[in-house]
Design a protein around this ligand. Structure first.
Ligand SMILES: Cc1ncc(COP(=O)(O)O)c(C=O)c1O
Length: 456
């Protein structure tokens, strides 16, 4: 029998023949029929058959103002009429300058310097290398400060430096022989406290553990790196209030740099422009990606303080230069999209809108928290994790091989909802333009999918 030759069948066949999808067991992928996205409209993804799905994961946490946002489309088109890309190695470009100026103006603290790259992982690599090099060439060099403190269950991307400071065994353990050594602090994961403490009475033992590490080992520590307020890929782990502040204070007290990875939390996701702002924290280095271009094009930035930047100044022969760069660093189309996205924040009062959405989302989620196999609904701003459990009274997880989180996301498709799990944590992260109807569809469709999968 000959293979069907309609356009969708042909695309699916070619996908299975040639693509290797990220974070995907391809042996299982080829047994399915992938949804092929053909277009999008605001918060909706539309497949080749015309089915519409609420983009409940903001296209992997990067889309901010919706798809085909006219102002961003137009900014890219208009930049395309001038130049799509020119290098930042030896040349400057207007959109990269304008975006850097805008980022420095809204960043917390004294983050005046913007170093571009193209993904969250590269923004993290840049921050790690800057922190390491800073201690070798700052005014009073401390070359023994070479180590990084990171959190268990941290996720900072998939390049080897970022994996070294990551802490998700499923993704990272196989690469251990390739990684540099780090110092690990317990994750502030109150629902499953790694220190077996009671959050009501522990006085934040996880913060005390971090303080103890820094008190004991500051002489060898270059920096602490963490995801402020929410550890995203670790399972939408929302940190207790005040944790970030305590870590930042301990860093200051012990002369250790603080790197805040705002790749997921930045650009309004937690309700403020940057998560650090909730606790008045001023990091030494901040990593941005995902939403920086409004979710349109690959772009990232590592922001540094003037003090860090100055440690890299000198004559070429002094060897203080930061020898790092990528071909597409500061790409003009992506930077133009980034500027247009920041304009939308201002013009539409997007941060206020996020506040209203938070309230609507909290209300809509309340019934899900009461479902028998929902252990906890965690939310910070518009970042939501719904942790599924076999038994909510004992918090016993489902056996991982049952892949309930994955089944929920598959079932949600039938309700017109596109979401992705992190193990048995179902993630919701809607774009900021989502309307009432789509928000209801997202939460109710997810709830319906959870009952179909967990009542079975
Ligand atoms: C906090 C954090 N850092 C870094 C990354 C890596 O970003 P990218 O996938 O753009 O490399 C991610 C991706 O999810 C992230 O959540």
């Amino acid at each position: 029998m000959s293979e069907p030759s309609d356009p969708l069948s042909r695309l699916r066949r070619a996908d299975k023949a040639h693509l290797w999808h990220p974070f995907t067991q391809m042996q299982e992928w080829v047994d399915g029929d992938p949804v092929v996205i053909a277009s999008a409209e605001r918060e909706l993804l539309i497949d080749t058959e015309g089915n519409r799905y609420v983009d409940g994961a903001s296209s992997l946490w990067c889309n901010l103002h919706g798809h085909r946002r006219p102002e961003i489309d137009e900014a890219i088109r208009s930049q395309l009429g001038r130049v799509a890309h020119s290098t930042l190695l030896g040349l400057a470009s207007a959109p990269s300058i304008e975006l850097a100026e805008r980022l420095a103006a809204i960043a917390p603290g004294e983050l005046t310097r913007v170093f571009y790259s193209d993904s969250g992982a590269t923004a993290v690599e840049v921050a790690l290398k800057m922190a390491f090099q800073y201690w070798r060439q700052c005014e009073r060099p401390r070359p023994d400060k070479t180590k990084f403190v990171c959190l268990d269950l941290a996720y900072h991307g998939d390049t080897l430096g970022a994996v070294s400071v990551g802490g998700i065994d499923l993704f990272h353990s196989i690469y251990r022989p390739l990684l540099f050594e780090t110092i690990r602090a317990p994750s502030p994961y109150c629902y499953r406290c790694p220190l077996r403490e009671d959050p009501a009475t522990c006085g934040m033992a996880c913060a005390a553990a971090m303080e103890a590490i820094l008190a004991a080992r500051a002489d060898e520590v270059a920096a602490v790196i963490l995801e402020p307020l929410v550890q995203g890929a670790g399972g939408m782990i929302t940190h207790p209030d005040g944790y970030l502040r305590r870590v930042a204070d301990a860093c200051r007290a012990h002369d250790v740099l603080l790197i805040c990875d705002e790749v997921a939390t930045g650009f309004g996701r937690t309700g403020r422009m940057f998560a650090c702002e909730h606790e008045g924290v001023r990091p030494d280095l901040m990593c941005l990606a995902k939403g920086i271009s409004g979710g349109y094009l690959p772009l990232a930035a590592t922001l540094a303080t003037e003090a860090i930047y100055e440690a890299f100044l000198g004559r070429h022969s002094e060897g203080r230069t930061f020898f790092h760069g990528h071909t597409y660093t500061g790409n003009a189309l992506a930077c133009a999209a980034g500027v247009a996205s920041l304009d939308v924040f201002e013009k539409d009062g997007v941060l206020e809108r996020i506040g209203e959405l938070e309230a609507a989302l909290a209300e809509a989620l309340a019934p899900l928290a009461a479902m028998p196999h929902v252990g906890q609904v965690r939310r910070r701003g518009l970042m939501v994790g719904i942790e599924l459990v076999a038994d909510s009274s004992t918090r016993e997880p489902y056996p991982p091989e049952q892949r309930r989180g994955c089944s929920v996301c598959l079932a949600a498709r039938k309700h017109g909802v596109w979401i992705r799990p992190l193990g048995d944590v179902v993630v919701l992260m809607p774009p900021y333009c989502i309307g009432d109807e789509s928000l209801a569809r997202l939460v109710e469709g997810t709830g319906a999918a959870i009952s179909e999968v967990t009542d079975a």
